[in-house]
Design a protein around this ligand. Structure first.
Ligand SMILES: *Cc1c(COP(=O)(O)O)cnc(C)c1O
Length: 389
């Protein structure tokens, strides 16, 4: 990331009043002196001063040319896919975010966009599907919920050789842990609902563009399709970003501590966390993630059943049972019954999502309290088993 001092002080002091906090411009339109003569704003779908501050901030945070704020992460993804035409192809990571899979498969496929899903942790799989019709290579790194990591720099070279753009969904790493533009990405996506907002109090999405040409394309779609983020949610996202440099390192440190602890636990089968030396992609994760591996850890149980995992996720005290991640309060979920319920079991197992898989999103509580919560929950499970016997 760029220097946090520069980031914070790039947020302008309000020129009218000196307010240090960004004003919420809750307005639909802007009064003009004469037709077309205005102060740079005419109608709030096209532009809004609060949104402009957020968009400039995220562009700076990621080191891009511009960024564009949308009503949700999915709306941000949608805006990028809309830049394609019928017959164009996408090569996408196989365990792409479920909502993105639904959008690509059930909305865009019938409009003539062809998507090939491959395991992008091995770049040879991309080479098998990429061709002259490929316009986008779409990766997430790390992925959800098994935290697979792909080599962004290597993949960017493959995409360039075919004149395709590389899109990196940087939601799971956050701009604090990973700088996709420096690794060759052309477009970065954020579900700002997660680490950027950071407080589980909004849904939002951002597209960050590397070049002026791409910025003009996305700006056109943002205005033409209209899925913009409202001024109040822009304000909350700015406010969240102001502390991201404190939150993500703490969440990552807790997650690493918890992952190591889980690895030693007798009731745990596999632990997925790129910060563990046993993780399949640990080496590349270390190289491209600034030593921060994010706040999400997932693990499966020795007693690998849906029921056992359900018992676990309903008995924790601090880890609240809910979808989403990246907030200051810890959450957990059972992907097979929640986020990945629509994925057929066979396909889930192929991508390492065992029946008992549990996903943790570590917040900013004390790591030892979180570990104690997990320990107590494990002991409840064990005591339930013994009472059954
Ligand atoms: C949550 C998420 C999205 C979708 O964002 P919403 O804000 O929920 O629409 C996209 N990509 C990833 C990796 C996510 O985790």
């Amino acid at each position: 990331m760029s220097n946090i001092t520069d980031i914070l002080h790039s947020i302008p002091v309000d020129p009218l009043t000196g307010a240090i906090s960004v004003p919420v411009y809750q307005t639909s339109t802007f009064v003009q002196e004469a037709p077309g003569v205005n102060k740079g704003f005419d109608y709030a779908r096209s532009n809004n001063p609060t949104r402009q501050v957020l968009e400039n901030l995220v562009a700076k945070l990621e080191g891009g040319h511009s960024s564009f704020a949308f009503a949700t992460g999915i709306a941000a993804i949608d805006a990028v896919v809309k830049s394609l035409s019928a017959g164009d192809e996408i090569v996408a990571v196989d365990d792409i975010y479920g909502g993105a899979y639904r959008l690509l498969t059930h909305v865009y496929q019938k409009l003539g966009i062809i998507v090939h899903y491959v395991d992008t942790t091995d770049a040879n799989n991309i080479l098998e599907k990429i061709n002259e019709k490929t316009k986008l290579v779409w990766i997430e790194s790390p992925t959800n919920p098994t935290l697979k990591v792909s080599d962004i720099q290597h993949i960017s070279k493959i995409a360039k050789a075919y004149n395709a753009l590389l899109v990196v969904d940087n939601t799971f790493a956050s701009p604090i842990a990973q700088r996709p533009f420096e690794l060759g990405a052309d477009i970065i996506i954020h579900s700002a609902t997660k680490y950027l907002g950071g407080h589980s109090d909004l849904v939002a999405g951002i597209v960050v563009t590397k070049t002026k040409e791409l910025s003009e394309k996305i700006k056109f779609i943002q205005n033409a399709s209209g899925g913009v983020l409202g001024p109040w949610d822009c304000f909350l996202t700015i406010r969240g970003i102001e502390t991201i440099d404190l939150r993500v390192p703490k969440q990552s440190a807790s997650a690493l501590k918890i992952a190591k602890w889980l690895q030693e636990h007798e009731a745990v089968d596999q632990v997925h966390y790129p910060g563990l030396t046993t993780h399949k992609n640990h080496e590349i994760a270390t190289r491209q993630q600034n030593g921060l591996f994010g706040g999400v850890v997932s693990f499966s149980l020795k007693e690998d059943t849906l029921e056992q995992a359900e018992q676990f996720v309903t008995q924790t005290k601090y880890f609240k049972l809910a979808e989403s991640l990246g907030g200051v309060k810890s959450l957990l979920c059972q992907p097979c019954k929640m986020t990945h319920a629509s994925v057929p079991r066979e396909k889930r197992l192929q991508s390492g999502i065992q029946d008992s898989l549990i996903r943790l999103s570590c917040g900013i509580e004390n790591a030892d309290d979180l570990i104690q919560d997990l320990e107590e929950t494990f002991s409840k499970l064990i005591s339930k088993q013994t009472t059954l016997i």
